[in-house]
Design a protein around this ligand. Structure first.
Ligand code: ATP
Ligand code: MG
Length: 220
């Protein structure tokens, strides 16, 4: 299976990086694809989730591997990216909110895809904008960087917004559309709060299917 390195990132905290990373892994595993996660976030959200799930799903085989990695320096990160390139299938990286952290650059430069969840909320949009600028600077300095960007509007209130809100959402998508692909939205759903590292519930699949299929079609 072709190697694909997919980094979930946005310097804005709490936008759904870890959640969408686990859901995408579950989605791929359910499709029979080979996948693993590398948890580079200091918070270790995904590793801790797996530890919890292990007790609940006692005795069941883990559907995919989750590996721990602490970001330190550029050289060590480069080694990680190089070895991830040898893996068959999808290697998903959950990244820390603080992207100015030293040592992260090789991850973005070496990624095939960067998945950036964002919310329609002023503060979130500002930090997402900063994140896009950081990636652009990285691109300028690293011509070998080829990562394609996916912007995932996440935690969207499915009620139709006011005319002003809709206009703001449309303009936001237009701006991000200049830097990458804006996927179909992922609504705010209680079922996504119950994301675990063993299985994808039917209701969860329904919530992410459009966005994930959109990305997968472009990850050929
Ligand atoms: N579509 C959604 N619907 C409902 N809840 C969601 C959705 N996406 C994420 N959440 C919830 O939002 C919270 C933050 O999500 P998550 O931890 O994935 O964000 P993060 O970007 O990884 O945060 P951090 O920057 O701290 O790493 C979690 O409680 C998660 O369950
Ligand atoms: Mg996280």
């Amino acid at each position: 299976m072709k190697n694909r390195k997919v980094v979930f990132a946005n310097q804005k905290g709490g936008v759904g990086k870890s959640t969408l990373c686990i859901l995408f892994a579950n989605y791929l595993a359910a499709k029979g694809k080979s996948v693993c996660i590398i948890d580079t976030d200091l918070q270790k959200t995904i590793l801790m989730q797996r530890r919890k799930d292990k007790q609940i799903y006692e005795g069941e085989e883990e559907p995919y591997n989750i590996q721990d990695f602490d970001v330190s320096d550029v050289e060590t990160m480069q080694k990680l990216v190089d070895s991830a390139s040898e893996v068959d299938g999808f290697v998903l990286f959950d990244s820390p909110g603080n992207i100015s952290e030293d040592g992260l650059a090789p991850l973005f430069v070496g990624a095939d895809y960067i998945v950036c969840p964002y919310e329609y909320e002023d503060k979130a949009l500002d930090s997402t904008g900063v994140f896009v600028q950081v990636l652009n600077v990285l691109r300028e300095h690293n011509p070998q960087m080829t990562a394609q960007l996916f912007f995932v509007p996440n935690r969207i209130d499915p009620r139709i917004g006011t005319a002003d809100e809709q206009e703001m959402w449309r303009r936001t998508d237009e701006v991000f559309g200049n830097f990458g692909k804006v996927t179909p939205v992922v609504n705010s759903r209680a079922t996504l709060k119950r994301t675990n590292t063993y299985e994808l519930l039917g209701t969860q699949r329904d919530a992410v299917k459009k966005a994930f299929e959109y990305m997968l079609r472009r990850m050929k």
